[in-house]
Design a binder for this molecule. Sequence first.
Ligand SMILES: C[S@@+](CC[C@H](N)C(=O)[O-])C[C@H]1O[C@@H](n2cnc3c(N)ncnc32)[C@H](O)[C@@H]1O
Length: 221
Amino acid sequence: MQEFWNFFNQKASSLLQRETSFRKMFEYLDQIQGSVIIVETGCVRNRDPWAMTGEGHSTLLFDHYINCRKDGSKAFTVDINPQAVEVCRSLVSSEVTVHEGDSVAYLNSLTKQLLGIGRHISLLYLDSYDVDYNYWYPSAAHHLKELTAAWRAIDSKTLVVVDDCPMSANLVAGADGQFQLDRFYKPIVGGKGRLVAEFAEEVEARMVFSHYQHAWNGFQG
Ligand SMILES: C[S@@+](CC[C@H](N)C(=O)[O-])C[C@H]1O[C@@H](n2cnc3c(N)ncnc32)[C@H](O)[C@@H]1O
């Protein structure tokens, strides 16, 4: 994978706001023997692929990664916005299937297809419904539905990553006016991943990393 890591270290890393967590995702995939299956919700939507827009560039990275593996690895992505789909299709190789439609419905049918050929998902990357951090519930619920729709194709090694979920905490001003963490409320995963994180904790999945993005494995078994 030297070719991929040269690209990542020399070109991508300086342009990525999520460099640390993407690095960890690809290091995780590197440990998997044989071809990998990457499934993403919410595709690249910026026509200028490496512009510093705050977007993740995820589909471009996944495309580059599977092509460098040269072992039949595949990526699948879905987006409800036809313009995003058109932009994404113009930027990625034929190794990436770009589907237009709702992510939950797509994951349900893709999961059946994958099980039909005896495959599980290696990396499930959830980054669709944009989050409003003040009213996080609709986005967080959508991402939990996505996890549910993909459930049958998740095994103990599947890395589930959710974007846009920084930790969320309550702050209280002390007598000196300085803010401190509210000691009765421990920081929790917020944003898009808030309900996935609650579920992960309840089923004793293992948190693999915690940055602006969060990742878990061990959902099954
Ligand atoms: C944050 S962007 C994805 C960015 C991309 N992953 C990247 O790193 O550049 C979110 C995308 O999710 C799409 N989206 C929102 N709701 C969706 C849904 N229900 N099903 C599929 N895609 C959805 C939006 O159209 C948008 O293009």
